[in-house]
Design a protein around this ligand. Structure first.
Ligand SMILES: Cc1ncc(COP(=O)(O)O)c(C=O)c1O
Length: 408
């Protein structure tokens, strides 16, 4: 059970902040989430009380940092059901996917190989693959979406072949919010000898993650979308794949030795991939974020958000000026337009009512050909949102046609 009143007191951004003189209704959680005091405290605690670098010092506070980093790695591993040696700290989902594309794809793909994506992917799960395909001669193809925009195992099975070496898809898509049956997708990919690179940016913050059960080969996610600080993220990889993969970045801290002839011995994963000084304050904050989420319970979070989504869709259906593009998707994301109103104008109107929603293409620029619209608005929920906030959002949507009066 979510104790919403108690939870809301944990977030300074929810403490009576206003926008345009109205109570702030923040519905852009797919972009980034608010942070509870415990996360802010973990970050400031690192800066105020034990600032020093990791893996380099022989003094007490440096040891304290090392312990914090490895404790957090263990927390992440427990949170996603992996081993700590399979958890690489990165700056976020984008960096994690780039690491796989350039460290694994560049090394193992060759001309004639195929990378399968979908039209619903975020730019971060498209553009690195475009570049790798260009450099290796591999080909990008797309798994067709069903008529609502969902990736189904059946559609993957129809197009995958022995040429397919990488299937790179989001577990939850960031515009339509469909939850993909990732375990089935992994089975189908593996049956053809392909690996599954899963973008977990929109799933890990909102539901229980179990990389072992799902059998994904790589999983990427961002701390800032799950209560953590910006600039910290994770790449999970099966240890055997991390061993084979090259580091995408090189620098201090990741080698056992190197010599003047250019011979380099990298340390074992995950350290092999963590070149240079890491985002130590970010790691401290991520650890606190995972503690907070674990305490509430990922199943509770998922159920609560699904209910909010259902409630929002029901209420919006009563407003005859709103087009919802994803009424049947599971995640707490509603993508919509106000009839005859350009999405950016609608979002400005929502802003005038204190409601923060996103407009545009949400970095999923090839999805617009599927949706046949140039831009949409997106409201995305987290477990600290309330039904009263959804009511305020729906009330604003009903008046969305008055956008020219927004700032009168
Ligand atoms: C599905 C998906 N993948 C990747 C990203 C990129 O995440 P980041 O900007 O944290 O690297 C996002 C961000 O919105 C996303 O929604």
């Amino acid at each position: 059970m979510i104790d919403i009143e108690k939870i809301r007191k944990d977030f300074p951004m929810l403490e009576g902040k206003s926008m345009q003189g109205k109570p702030l209704v923040y519905l852009d959680n797919a972009a980034t989430s608010f942070k509870p005091y415990s996360v802010i405290k973990a970050v400031t605690d690192y800066y105020a009380n034990y600032t020093s670098n990791s893996h380099r010092g022989d003094y007490d506070i440096a040891h304290q940092v090392d312990v914090m980093v490895e404790d957090t790695r263990k927390k992440v591993a427990d949170f996603i059901n992996s081993k700590p040696t399979e958890v690489v700290f990165t700056s976020g989902t984008s960096m994690s996917i780039n690491m796989v594309a350039f460290g694994y794809g560049m090394k193992f793909l060759k001309s004639g190989d195929e990378i399968l994506l979908t039209q619903a992917e975020h730019a971060s799960n498209v553009l690195p693959w475009f570049k790798v395909a260009e450099m290796t001669g591999a080909q990008i193809n797309y798994i067709p979406l069903d008529k609502e925009g969902r990736l189904t195992p059946e559609n993957l099975a129809k197009v995958i072949s022995s040429k397919t070496k990488i299937v790179a898809v989001a577990h939850v898509t960031n515009v339509l919010g469909f939850v993909v049956d990732i375990k089935e997708i992994a089975k189908i990919a593996h049956a053809q000898g392909a690996i599954l690179v899963c973008d977990g940016a929109q799933s890990v913050p909102h539901m229980k993650t179990n990389v072992k059960d799902w059998d994904v080969d790589f999983l990427s996610f961002s701390g800032h979308k799950m209560l953590g600080p910006t600039g910290i993220g994770v790449l999970y990889g099966k240890f055997s794949l991390l061993e084979k993969m090259d580091p995408f970045m090189t620098g201090g801290g990741q080698t056992a030795k190197f010599d003047m002839c250019g011979d380099v011995n990298f340390l074992a994963p995950p350290i092999k991939f963590e070149a240079g000084t890491q985002n130590l304050a970010g790691i401290a904050g991520l650890g606190a974020a995972i503690d907070y989420l674990t305490n509430i319970g990922m199943d509770n979070i998922e159920e609560y958000e699904r209910n909010l989504k259902r409630y929002a869709v029901e209420k919006l259906a009563e407003a005859d000026n709103v087009i919802v593009y994803n009424p049947h998707s599971e995640a707490g994301i509603v993508t919509f337009n106000i009839k005859d109103v350009f999405a950016q104008d609608a979002a400005s109107f929502f802003n005038s009512r204190g409601v923060a929603v996103r407009s545009g293409q949400h970095c999923a620029k090839i999805l617009i050909d599927f949706l046949h619209v140039v831009s949409t608005c997106r409201a995305s929920f987290y477990f600290y949102n309330t039904k009263a906030e959804i009511d305020a959002f729906v009330e604003a949507a009903r008046h969305g046609g008055d956008f020219l009066d927004a700032y009168l």
